[in-house]
Design a protein. Structure first.
Length: 494
């Protein structure tokens, strides 16, 4: 087979890719060595800024197939329009707090980000492997993430920073309980569930709206590492989850998930006893049982990690007709922050990259910007309205009106002081051996934290369940009877 001609990035054929241009065999490199400078300059720029969160990830292609013929009752989205309808997808798993070179078996939530390439545009379902999160007001997001990163003085991970924030933010207790349970160290990516976590909405062809939470239930069965197993794997194979996913797909053992949804009628959301838009809470399944929607299968590995996984960009704002958002404050902020992060990391034309580009016709008036490589719409007009047959709006796709009333204010998100019912319920659902491991994991993390922070956090555990608090207290050599209420003004409105 005839080999391709090696060229520069501009297409200039190369005659020697082995030797720099020098003055004599022992002389200095000359300034006109265009090839040397081109290769070095490109090499210096091969690493784009890593994601601030979710930096280490793995990805694969697959498909979603609709298995519920009644879905058009809830949504006019075409990917749900008929039984057996198949939609191509791309899924990126990730850890959250670690850098790109960190171990993927660390105790950490896992990202679960899906891109559905539908005929009406991309739907990005950007979730986690947990149904809740640590905070419910986006103003605190950067503060929280700073505690998961490195201490500005020592450049080391700091349990003191983490537990100080959590003990002063009791709404975090639900997610903290999940994080330090067995689910905090999943056995790879194939054996964990995924969740939208946020509340979204579906809209029918009759313009009727329901609120929903998405669930992706692994068909491989839940498998987790213990703390000891995770620590061993962190040293033995820091890329364990990446290797496990890639190898499984390569040998034809395609991982799959059952896709389900919880549905809450719009009117019920107004008075439900739990704020349905609070990211620290779940909807009880007895009130809103899971409804199966379809199956998700991963059956193809990327050919190039950088192009297809590192440059993949997911954003919750990407929904299709028949879908919508909700008043979830954390979701509202992510609608802005995610595309902003992609513009910084990948450039303003990130949506044109092959892994991100929709697989349906796409027309707009966005032009120019760095790395515009798709012809920049040629001679077509770059303004609207115009008289030259440019793309036009269609009123049938206008967003559904949402009725909202209330004062514009910085409303105290901690006026809802029930931080403890759901974490307590979760603790009581665990088997005794699971409770023991949860308590052991927390004790191991809290041991080196200042006593004042320990006491404050112990009080939260105690409020969730007396046995929960007593177990952690015993592990830290405290008497739970000595743990009294901290100064609530630190974290709640009295």
């Amino acid at each position: 087979m005839e080999k391709k001609q090696l060229t520069t990035a501009a297409g200039r054929p190369l005659g020697d890719n082995q030797n720099s241009l020098t003055v004599g065999p022992r002389g200095p490199v000359v300034f006109e060595d265009f090839l040397l400078f081109e290769k070095m300059a490109h090499f210096n720029r091969e690493r784009i800024p890593e994601r601030v969160v979710h930096a280490k990830g793995s990805g694969a292609y697959g498909y979603f197939v609709c298995t519920n013929a009644n879905m058009p009752r809830y949504s006019s989205a075409r990917l749900f329009s008929s039984l057996g309808k198949r939609t191509p997808t791309f899924l990126r798993f990730s850890t959250v707090g670690g850098e790109k070179g960190s171990a993927d078996t660390e105790r950490d939530p896992r990202g679960f980000a899906l891109k559905f390439y539908t005929e009406e545009g991309n739907w990005d379902m950007v979730g986690n492997n947990t149904p809740v999160f640590f905070i419910r007001d986006p103003l605190k997001f950067s503060d929280f993430i700073h505690t998961q990163k490195r201490d500005p003085e020592t450049n080391l991970k700091s349990p003191t920073m983490m537990w100080d924030f959590w003990s002063l933010s009791p709404e975090s207790l639900h997610q903290v309980t999940i994080l330090f349970s067995d689910r905090g160290t999943p056995d790879g990516y194939r054996h964990m569930d995924g969740f939208s976590s946020h509340t979204f909405s579906l809209i029918s062809s009759k313009n009727e709206l329901v609120y929903v939470k998405w669930h992706f239930k692994t068909k491989q069965g839940i498998k987790n590492f213990t703390r000891g197993q995770a620590e061993v794997m962190r040293g033995a194979d820091p890329d364990y989850a990446q290797r496990d996913l890639f190898n499984a797909i390569q040998k034809g053992d395609f991982p799959a998930w059952r896709v389900s949804v919880q549905i809450m009628p719009e009117k019920e959301a107004e008075n439900y006893h739990i704020n349905p838009f609070d990211l620290t809470k779940v909807w009880p399944h007895k009130d809103y049982p899971l409804l199966d929607v379809g199956d998700l299968v991963l059956d193809r590995n990327p050919e190039n990690y950088f192009a297809e996984v590192e440059q993949a960009a997911f954003e919750p704002k990407n929904v299709v007709p028949g879908m919508g958002y909700s008043p979830d404050k954390m979701l509202q902020a992510r609608l802005i922050s995610y595309p902003d992060a992609h513009r910084y990391r990948l450039g303003v034309n990130y949506d044109s990259l092959p892994v991100n580009r929709p697989q349906c016709p796409m027309h707009n008036y966005q032009r120019d910007g760095a790395m515009r490589f798709d012809g920049n719409a040629g001679s077509a007009p770059n303004y609207e309205p115009n008289s030259f047959n440019g793309p036009v709006e269609d009123a049938s796709f206008r967003e559904r009106p949402l009725q909202i009333s209330g004062s514009v204010d910085r409303h105290n998100h901690r006026l809802d002081g029930d931080y403890y019912t759901q974490p307590g319920n979760l603790f009581r659902l665990m088997r005794p051996d699971e409770q023991e491991r949860l308590i052991g994991n927390i004790v191991a993390s809290l041991k080196g934290v200042p006593a004042e922070i320990q006491k404050r956090q112990l009080w939260h555990f105690k409020q969730a369940d007396p046995a929960y608090g007593a177990g952690v207290a015993q592990g830290l050599s405290w008497d739970i009877k000595d743990i009294s209420s901290p100064n609530r003004k630190e974290f709640a409105a009295d």
